[in-house]
Design a protein around this ligand. Structure first.
Ligand code: CP
Ligand code: NVA
Length: 302
């Protein structure tokens, strides 16, 4: 059975910690290897991407492998070839699928009908690779994870679901503030809590931000929700990371954003460009973490 990375709960806490250690070590030496020599990673992206696509393609090459990039527009996926048929065929050509899509069930289908590992490069429900890079960034800036509080302010989306899962694998506390009706999935929160996560969900951004070491936000309308953008701008108006909210966090608190950012919506220009922002280190760390994730994928008996 291949080992997949569909959510952060696919890692044990030990594996998750080791992947961060490997990513840090790889970053320190600008790591290259031949681990993927002769291997092909097929990227299927049904949504736009800058960071995830490029960091994965570069990571595959740094490990000596070959990436192939496909979208639904230039493949039969866009003409309704079932995902299960795609999975079975691509499994006979390639060694790993790296997939960005809408419904998380598509990733689960690819994993169950294919015979090669599947990596979640973002679904509507989760973005595990992003959050591993975020944790590496936090660990670099604080020198530890233990006991840190991260406050997420905004939509209860894929990013926050993976942050909540992260609290079940790493010793961080996650406090979420979302408007009513836009909270993270209660099932995701409950499952993470069962596995030890320290997670709170409130409506008041100031309450979540109080004493936080890190503030995190994401777009108010994710990919696929463009038609809701105008309505969401009104609903989320109080859920912005700005200087006033930053002042409620712990002294020296830092700010994360997975990017792309909408300045003036979920984050102000002053904060993202200011001294608290560590978003560029965060974006760089996507590359180092993808290499460590691929190493995990290809050394698990896959
Ligand atoms: N953060 C992130 O996943 O960015 P892209 O959409 O550019 O890949
Ligand atoms: N929540 C965002 C994340 C983008 C990296 C989206 O799904 O569009």
């Amino acid at each position: 059975m291949p080992h997949h990375l569909l959510t952060l709960l696919d890692f044990t806490p030990e594996e998750a910690g080791r992947i961060l250690d490997r990513a840090a070590a790889m970053k320190a030496v600008n790591y290259r290897s031949k681990l993927l020599d002769g291997k092909t990673c097929i990227l299927i992206f049904e949504k736009a991407s800058t960071r995830t696509r490029v960091s994965f393609e570069v990571a595959v090459r740094h490990l000596g492998g070959w990436p192939i990039f496909m979208t639904q527009n230039d493949s039969q996926l866009g003409r309704d070839e079932p995902i299960r048929d795609t999975a079975r065929v691509l499994s006979r050509y390639g060694d790993c699928l790296i997939v960005r899509t809408f419904g998380h069930d598509k990733l689960e289908d690819l994993a169950s009908f294919g015979s090669i590992p599947v990596v979640n490069a973002l679904s509507d429900a989760y973005h595990p690779c992003q959050i591993m890079a975020d944790l590496l960034t936090i660990r670099e800036h604080s020198g530890r994870l233990d006991g840190l509080k991260l406050a997420y302010v905004g939509d209860g989306n894929n990013i926050v679901h993976s942050l909540i899962n992260a609290a079940a694998r790493f010793p961080i506390k996650v406090a979420v503030a979302s408007p009513a009706g836009y909270e993270p999935s209660a099932a995701v929160v409950a499952k993470a809590r069962e596995q030890g996560a320290d997670v709170t969900v409130v409506a008041d951004p100031a309450e979540a931000a109080a004493g936080a070491n890190y503030l995190y936000t994401d777009v108010w309308a994710s990919m696929g929700q463009e038609a809701e953008h105008a309505a969401r701008v009104k609903i989320f108006a109080g859920y912005q990371i700005n200087d006033a909210l930053l002042a409620k966090a712990a002294p020296g608190a830092k700010v994360l954003h997975c990017l792309p950012a909408h300045r003036g919506e979920e984050i102000t220009d002053a904060v993202i460009e200011g001294p608290a922002s560590i978003v560029w280190d965060e974006a760089e760390n996507r590359l180092h973490v993808q290499k460590a994730i691929l190493e995990w994928i290809f050394t698990q008996g896959n």
